[in-house]
Write a protein that binds this ligand. Sequence first.
Ligand code: URA
Length: 191
Amino acid sequence: MNYTSLEELQGACAECMACPLGKTRTKSVFGTGDAKAELMFVGEAPGEQEDLSGVPFVGRAGQLLDKFLYAVDIPREKVYIANILKCRPPKNRDPLPEEEEACIGYLREQVRLIRPKIIVCLGRISAMRLIKPDFKITKEHGEWFERGGYLMTAVYHPAALLRDPRKKEDMLEDMKRIKQKLDEGKGEYKA
Ligand code: URA
């Protein structure tokens, strides 16, 4: 893949039939937000609401993510939000390795075109794909990694916070550190 704009890439994604999820999706869920974002979030795969609307993180998990963004004063429209898979797996099952393989090129292109300073994996599946295959979310959330010139970290998936609200404290701390890192970066540019 070598696209010159996100729009062009989105057009290709909308018609993608590279894996069987192309047949079962309502809409492909490409990604949304600021094309020049410094901060990019990468979730797992669209859920029911996302499949219907074509927009990532608009269901219950997405609304909870919005609350955390608001809590640390990061406007949602200033970040870019995407997923590992652009199409919904049936009954929200975990992505299959061959689905990730078929789809990951879209995310690579999104990252190349946006060039964020920080990439935040939302949950285990995203962290295992983008940071390291044996990523342990309970132990390693909030830690910083460097991959391909990008600063990366992972936080709990908001759906995990809905299942276990005790994790919300850790999520808030991680989000505060992400905001701090973002602000530190700004300092460098001012100098
Ligand atoms: N969960 C995800 O991982 N991504 C979405 O877009 C919605 C829910």
